[in-house]
Design a protein around this ligand. Structure first.
Ligand SMILES: *Cc1c(COP(=O)(O)O)cnc(C)c1O
Length: 393
């Protein structure tokens, strides 16, 4: 019987016990120069890298620590090859820069992580790569694909409102037309969902979030299965001069060891908070696919193994100023971007940002909460006092 993912996460990417004794964890191996025994050995390694294989000929490519993390992330995502990047956004940029050329069209789900649009407006447009956005729940993908569409880029669930996307039919249509599918899997962080298993070409995620898990690390990763895109990804990676330090790879590996227990607890706490908010008289709607009342719940139950600590809440008759006041009144939820650490966070998402989502119809916006590992009764009490203080009893 194959070992459970939790067991594999505890053991993967650890150093082989070659001698009589050894450390538990792969050490931090720092180097700029990679030394070779002979010119022939160097040439063989250079050739392997040029063909897309995960070998190092220079410090930028990393050594033992980064290789161990790549192996562990392949285990997590069910892939065969991983590329570490300095941030999640860099993983997104690497995937789109590697897979597109001037004249190509990229189709993107409209609930994606906002900075994807900056990459589009700032760079892809200038390179002659066209990007279109669509809402797969209301616009059939066939109507949005163009003859020159090379990549379909999805994020499920979406950022801010967590719209669920049915990936399987998108993959089927794209496969039939030779279009690559790239999926941002940060929400599930590989633990609750695996786009590669549904046939996506690339699964990428921000290790900054749940992999690191302690809000002290910036990192991204691209994972693929098979050789299809390996040479092109390596070529673009090398051309951009991307590199991840062994110290950061070490932190990510360390985070991975407790991913299973953290994800379970984030799910438990977030669901308790979501259910309490959904029953609150001042609440218009809670956005969280794990809630039975969420329109994405059936899809989430079918495709995902669990949920993370994220949810968004929309209040009744609530102006933007009051939304900000509730965020300010919270004591246990820090105000700040990002998520996936052990701590609770709150961030307002105003209509200005949400207007990019075709599914959004509200007035003032939402508060996005990241529910951390604190005791959830304390978190609920904090929300109760902040909501009552601003919106009344
Ligand atoms: C945070 C995030 C990213 C970007 O990750 P960084 O490491 O912050 O650059 C990408 N996609 C999603 C869905 C995210 O939430």
């Amino acid at each position: 019987m194959p070992l459970h993912l939790d067991t594999r996460l505890a053991h993967c990417g650890r150093p082989a016990l070659n001698a009589a004794s050894g450390p538990v964890n792969t050490p931090v191996v720092r180097t700029s120069t990679v030394r070779f025994q002979s010119i022939a050995a160097m040439q063989a390694q250079v050739g392997k890298r040029a063909s897309g294989q995960p070998v190092s000929t220079y410090g930028r490519h990393g050594m033992d620590t980064q290789r161990a993390l790549e192996q562990a992330l392949c285990e997590l995502e069910g892939g065969t090859r991983a590329w570490l990047t300095p941030s999640g956004l860099a993983a997104i940029s690497l995937s789109l820069l590697a897979l597109t050329a001037p004249g190509d069209h990229v189709l993107v789900t409209d609930s994606v992580y906002q900075p994807v649009r900056k990459l589009d407006a700032g760079h892809l447009a200038r390179m002659g790569v066209q990007v279109g956005y669509f809402d797969p729940s209301t616009q059939p993908i066939e109507d949005c694909l163009q003859p020159h569409t090379r990549v379909v880029y999805v994020e499920t669930p979406g950022s801010l409102l967590f719209e669920m996307i049915d990936l399987a039919p998108i993959v089927a249509i794209c496969n039939a037309r030779g279009i690559s599918v790239v999926a941002d899997n940060t929400w599930a962080s590989g633990y609750w969902f695996n786009p590669l298993a549904l046939g996506a070409d690339i699964s990428l995620l921000a290790g900054t979030k749940y992999i690191g898990g302690h809000s002290d690390l910036m990192q991204g990763v691209i994972v693929t299965q098979g050789a299809a895109h390996a040479a092109q990804l390596t070529k673009t990676y090398d051309a951009l001069g991307l590199a991840v330090s062994p110290d950061e790879a070490y932190l990510a590996l360390r985070g991975l060891r407790t991913l299973a227990v953290r994800m379970q607890q984030h799910q438990h706490n977030a669901l308790a908070v979501a259910q309490w908010l959904a029953a609150h008289p001042k609440v218009e709607r809670v956005y969280c696919p794990a809630l039975a009342t969420d329109p994405g719940n059936a899809l989430w139950r079918r495709d995902f193994r669990g949920a993370n600590g994220l949810l968004s809440v929309q209040f009744r008759d609530c102006s933007e100023a009051r939304l900000f006041a509730i965020a300010d009144a919270l004591a246990l939820f820090d105000i700040g971007a990002s998520w996936g650490g052990y701590e609770s966070l709150v961030l307002p998402a105003t209509c200005e940002k949400l207007s990019a989502h075709r599914s959004w119809h509200g007035a003032a916006g939402v508060l996005r909460l990241h529910v951390g590992l604190e005791n959830c009764a304390d978190l609920i009490a904090d929300l109760e006092q902040a909501i009552a203080g601003v919106l009344g009893p």
